[in-house]
Design a protein around this ligand. Structure first.
Ligand code: SAM
Length: 273
């Protein structure tokens, strides 16, 4: 996979050479290109922003450097016909989820455009759409100072799903949300994961749940699913509501009991037996 990032702070992306993703890049499984937007400015101050038309506070990123940067990055990677997806992080975008991470992980080439100030002149995305697929995504309902941390977050979520990046290929399907979210059909599809434990068996008088030491794999899987359902009900009632509405067949009788105890009765006729 190829990932290009355009930013005014290339140094922000040092973490891409660290840990699992750094190793995947060193193996050649991911190729990163981090580009300084100011390279495509032409004035002595290397200006990338200007005051907003219509007034208002703050500055807006100018379209010219962005246009030139995208033209150059796209041309270097194979031109307009190449299979690139431009991802523009913005608090005004659609929420980035595990489904996006799985879909983006299947793309051959992603380009991220990191905004700063009040964001990028709106014509840049419109212009890019004439040659590329473009998606505006938000990593959460809060406002960051720039797109760089959002790109680091998304890159990590995407790259850990690439084949060979995680040590244990099953961990992604066992993680919160499952590999690809609610439709993925894995044990955690549409849920967040329950608690996990390691040695010692007793710590500060707190014992690990005995079922985890039983060697009974079916009982352990059931216990884990119960824990996931309880934690999802407690922390993410929105996910329980979605699961019950969109994939009721994924809930069996025991799931329904656990959810009901947690205050989420699910209709019996919607549930797999
Ligand atoms: N004026 C914009 C608005 O209200 O929607 C906020 C701009 S923000 C201060 C500057 C940049 O940070 C954005 O262009 C974007 O790249 C990034 N950013 C801020 N919050 C973000 C979020 N929740 N998700 C993704 N990117 C975000």
């Amino acid at each position: 996979m190829r990932i290009d990032v355009i930013t005014i702070f290339p140094e922000y992306f040092g973490p891409l050479s660290v840990s699992l993703i750094g190793k995947a890049a060193a193996r050649g499984d991911i190729t990163f290109g981090v580009h300084d937007l100011r390279h495509w400015t032409h004035d002595a101050h290397r200006t990338v922003d200007d005051t907003p038309f219509g007034g208002g506070p703050g500055m807006v990123m100018k379209p010219e450097p962005w246009g030139e940067a995208l033209d150059a990055v796209v041309a270097a990677g194979g031109g307009a016909g190449a299979d690139a997806l431009l991802v523009i992080p913005t608090p005004a975008g659609v929420p980035f989820t595990q489904q996006h991470a799985a879909r983006y992980a299947a793309q051959p080439w992603l380009i991220f455009a990191c905004g700063r100030y009040e964001g990028i002149d709106g014509r840049v995305a419109d212009e890019a759409r004439s040659v590329l697929a473009v998606e505006e995504v938000s990593i959460g309902d809060y406002v960051l100072a720039g797109g760089e941390p959002a790109v680091l977050v998304m890159t990590e979520a995407i790259c850990r799903l690439l084949p060979g990046v995680l040590g244990n290929a099953e961990s992604a399907t066992d993680d919160s949300f499952g590999f690809g979210g609610i439709e993925s059909g894995g044990p955690m599809a549409g849920l967040v994961e329950g608690p996990s434990y390691t040695r010692p068996r007793v710590w500060r008088d707190r014992e690990v749940p005995p079922v985890l030491l039983s060697g009974d794999h079916a009982a352990i899987a059931r216990w884990r699913r119960d824990g996931a359902l309880r934690r999802t009900a407690r922390n993410r009632p929105d996910l329980v509501a979605r699961l019950a509405a969109q994939a009721p067949g994924a809930l069996d009788r025991r799931d329904r009991e656990v959810l009901s105890e947690a205050g989420f009765p699910v209709n019996a006729e919607d549930v797999a037996h």
